[in-house]
Design a protein around this ligand. Sequence first.
Ligand code: C2O
Length: 470
Amino acid sequence: MDRRNLILRAGATALTTGLAGGAGAAPTVSAASKAQLSAQAAINPAILQKVCRIRPNIASLTPAQLAALKTGVSTMMARPASDPTSWTYQAAMHATYATPTLPLWNGCQHGTIHFLSWHRLFLYYFERILRKASGSASFVLPYWNWTADRAMPAPFRDSTAGNPLYTSQRGAGINGGALLPTSAVATSTPMADIPFADFSGDLEGTPHGSVHVACGGLMGQVPTAGQDPIFWLHHCNIDRLWETWIAKGAGRANPATAAWRNKTFTFYDEAGAQRTVAVSKGLDTCAGLGYKYPAPLVLKPLPIFLIAQLSDVRAAQIQAPASAIAVPAALGARAAELKVAVPEAVKAPRAAPGRLYLSFDNIEVDDPEGYYEIYVNPPVGKPPQPTDPSYVGNLVTFGLSKRELAVRHGDMPMPPTRRVFDITPKLAQLRAAKALAGDLRVVLVLRTTEGAALGDAVRTRIGKVQLIAR
Ligand code: C2O
């Protein structure tokens, strides 16, 4: 806890006891600063949260906490869809196919610098609604740590009649306890990022988007995702990873710009009243929103190469002409191999071409379930695995199916139909191993939790695959 938190917390104690300077206050806080805090709180009481609850891991919920979760979800589901505190309305505030739209629907921020901040504040107000509906004053949202527990949590797979956490709209695989693919839950790339935009963009792709499409069903599409009760636990974990990233330090920090911090979003509270809140209010979750996570875990790094997927924000800046292009590709459930010619300048032993990007453009998605692992020059004759040095990252197309793109949400600028990967280290490695002689073989392997249930139909089309130097 930093000093500012300490003072805020101490100030809150003084306020709740009504004895500024009395026995409830921490001795390190001067009477003057307490008076100042009291004055601030009188102007905006919301700046001081009286309690800071710990959001628990779903794997360690007590029976009472699980019962409260189920009561809250059932209660919200029983409310009419027109009620802003109902399950349907809250899910539609994320995004929905339903029309005509009601106030504050389709608000979710994807592919923007507010991906993390919008979802955090959205979860906070949802949590307040769910707490009241649960009948438990101490209720907090649990998180699903899918990196550690890759099966859908058991209470969400229990098909006993009346269990509100279960939905038959998930695939038989995931509802039967199939594990999410390891490449879907890898966090090492975003966690290694230092600039916030890189972290946010990488995290949004894998693990955020990859877990969405690997869960499939309602979760697999942006306009239905909020209807699956696991959505909220998934985003709670994404929110926790944001806190974990900050705690790693070494220059990791939230944007300092006033434009980012002062950006406001509007939600509904548990009384059904609209609340407008600034991003800055959520940056200290304890003081601003009244929750925190258990001490950040030491993440076990998966032995994969750190290759960044560029966020749409960054990808838009890469305008250099393509140096090599592969023909359009139609991808099904079978591994696909695309050949990309490598320019001589890139092959040259002393080449210093700056960064090299592998770009997938004009992506069209027919079937949104699953994602593709990308390999560059994998060994021939055995199925590639994400532990192989040839693994580049995941082509995650969450939100890119034609039907989803028709729903405009948040500040989504343009249909983001491009995914770009920095493969500079990979190519340097291949060049050093004198393995850059012929074309680059780009191999795409579908990963889902539904395996054999998938047909051979075309799922995804890619207009072009380019190698871009910048
Ligand atoms: Cu707004 Cu995980 O989606």
